[in-house]
Design a protein around this ligand. Structure first.
Ligand code: ASP
Length: 331
């Protein structure tokens, strides 16, 4: 009896292992699309990284069709929660940003666990942010902008991509450093926030350079400062001071983007995706596009999943006390 049971369980094991092997050996199947969920609206900076990356990952994934699905809302937490409920088969992935590290401190209820509900596939890039204003803003430099802010207390609108988003974090740090309360206007991403800024419906926005560089260069909006420790070198941004040198000591935000899969995605599929990601991040077209927008593509060591996860956990540890000390914990 025992030996029959043993034979049966060995057979069952063989079926399972063969199934997993077949699944990973043929991954991605030629007749299946890979969907990358982006938790912000199309046309914004996170979406832009995702679309460029999808293009660059196509070839190393054997010509796979990679589609972007924008699952927006609640500062990026709705899309992320959706990914945790998806089949862990390598056909649903997620591209997310610094919110993975700031949501746990900025939101009271995060509908997933950042450290245990995802497989970490690798880091993508670091993207600075910029403080920008509507094109007819009276001030022409950061010092004058601060004067304008102080003269217009109670009347200033600042856009963001929802509670927990990078623009929310940056805007709150700015308000805290200047000791000024502004009216926060949430959008489903910073693409529509930027449209409202260009149209003058809102006064200020803090957003990634991947969204703002060309608008600053084309004078569609006014650029005042960058959030990095050092000035940037791209043509559009090289004249902007860092917030630190402009007087807001220690106010620095760099948005990282990473690729994730639902927990339980087979290890071999994760490895295939990480290998493809590493190839994509060296694609000259991808690198050129990113660099032109002020983003820095990360090197191989940071694309290692263990490093990616270690980095996100270190960012959680870094941001939690800053957010709490700044009193920017939101409902
Ligand atoms: N830049 C946005 C943020 O503030 C997200 C986006 O629309 O890509 O988090």
């Amino acid at each position: 009896m025992k030996s029959i049971k043993r034979v049966l369980s060995l057979a069952a094991l063989a079926v399972v292992t063969t199934g997993v092997w077949a699944q990973t050996a043929s991954y991605p199947a030629p007749d299946k699309n890979i969907t990358i969920i982006v938790p912000f609206v199309a046309g914004g900076p996170t979406d832009r990284v995702a679309r460029d990356l999808a293009e660059a990952m196509r070839k190393p994934l054997g010509g796979a069709t990679i589609v972007i699905e924008n699952a927006v809302g609640a500062g990026g937490s709705i899309g992320a929660a959706k990914v945790t409920r998806a089949q862990p088969d390598g056909y649903t992935l997620m591209l997310h940003h610094i919110s993975m590290a700031t949501m746990p401190s900025l939101l009271r209820n995060v509908p997933f666990k950042v450290d245990s509900d995802f497989e970490y596939l690798g880091m993508i890039n670091d993207v600075p942010m910029t403080v920008i204003a509507r094109p007819n803003m009276e001030a022409n430099n950061f010092k004058d902008l601060v004067t304008w802010i102080n003269q217009n207390k109670g009347k200033i609108n600042i856009g963001n991509a929802g509670i927990g988003s990078a623009s929310h974090l940056c805007g709150l740090l700015l308000q805290n450093a200047l000791q000024v309360d502004m009216t926060t206007v949430p959008f489903s991403g910073t693409a529509p926030a930027l449209v409202s800024l260009i149209g003058g419906q809102i006064d200020l926005l803090c957003d990634q350079t991947t969204n703002t560089s060309s608008q600053i260069e084309g004078k569609k909006v006014k650029g005042y400062a960058v959030t990095t420790p050092k000035r940037l070198t791209t043509a559009a941004l090289k004249d902007l001071p860092t917030l630190d040198e402009a007087g807001l000591k220690g106010v620095q935000v760099t948005v990282f983007h990473g690729l994730y899969a639902p927990k339980g995605t087979p290890a071999a599929v994760q490895k295939r995706l990480n290998d493809a990601l590493k190839v994509a991040l060296k694609d000259p077209e991808f690198v050129k596009k990113q660099e032109g927008l002020g983003a820095v593509v990360v090197s191989d060591s940071r694309v290692e999943p263990a490093e990616h996860k270690k980095f996100v956990l270190s960012e959680i540890a870094k941001w939690s006390p800053i957010i709490k000390a700044a009193g920017v914990y939101a409902d």
